[in-house]
Design a protein around this ligand. Structure first.
Ligand SMILES: [Fe+2]
Ligand SMILES: [Fe+2]
Length: 253
């Protein structure tokens, strides 16, 4: 394996190697298969076992991923599971410079954690749900709203429709109906401006030389994110399984 391989290429190459040498069969989730356009049946463990009769499907820790502490904190997820998070760190610092209250700095820090660690489509909704038991309701609301509000300009705060959306989705793109409906509801909500503030600080045109460390926000997280003692994923909260899915993303069952 060389340094030019992407993480997912490395993962694929390792899967092959794992079944042969490490006695693991990795069966990708249905979601992954759908996203890859493969509508066929999932990897058949019995077939895969022909290469190595001792191989088992993955039910424990994933040997491809860094080990997680027994009671993982939000900071641990940033360090060991989330993809590159410089965008989140820079958004949070931008929010600090803009004089936003601390809980909104946290909202900016967490606004894209779903794309960073869980799932892209509807990331505002998923991200809000991930953090809901641990943050102020306004933070949850704002994270959910930012994804919707990004599609709609607001001159009062100098927010324009993103150029990157025109490039990425095309000139003719129109948000899905449920986004349009949610926009109407969100526009009239008492926390509209909190969701809007995330879009204002959700910027992609940073100086690439600006580096922000997660530790800069350790105190903000400490004061505004109710870290469960048992660790995220093990606190019996309604979203614990979602955090566990990030700890062991390829668990067979
Ligand atoms: Fe976002
Ligand atoms: Fe963002």
């Amino acid at each position: 394996m060389n340094d030019l391989m992407t993480l997912s290429q490395k993962a694929d190459a390792l899967e092959e190697q794992m079944a042969r040498e490490l006695d693991y069969i990795v069966v990708k989730s249905r979601l992954y298969q759908l996203a890859e356009g493969d509508m066929g049946p999932p990897t058949n463990p019995a077939e895969a076992r022909k290469k190595n009769p001792n191989a088992r499907v993955l039910m424990g820790d994933d040997p491809r991923l860094p080990a997680m502490p027994e009671a993982p904190t939000l900071m641990d997820f940033f360090k060991y599971r989330f993809g590159p998070s410089m965008h989140l760190l820079q958004s949070a610092r931008h929010a600090v410079k803009g004089g936003l209250p601390e809980k909104m700095v946290l909202a900016c820090l967490l606004h894209d954690i779903s794309t960073a660690g869980f799932i892209r489509g509807d990331h505002g909704y998923w991200g809000a749900q991930l953090v809901e038991p641990y943050v102020d309701p306004e933070v949850t609301w704002a994270i959910r709203a930012h994804q919707v509000l990004r599609f709609y300009p607001d001159e009062s705060v100098g927010y324009e429709y993103p150029q990157s959306y025109i490039t990425g989705f095309g000139e003719d793109y129109r948000p899905d109906q449920y986004i349009q409906d949610d926009y109407k509801r969100m526009r009239d909500h008492k926390w509209y401006m909190s969701g809007r503030m995330i879009t204002v600080h959700d910027i992609y045109s940073f100086d690439p030389n600006v580096h922000v460390e997660l530790e800069e926000f350790e105190d903000v997280i400490g004061r505004n994110f109710k870290q469960p003692e048992e660790g995220l994923g093990f606190d019996n909260s309604p979203v614990a399984h979602m955090w566990r899915a990030m700890i062991r993303p390829a668990k067979y069952l």
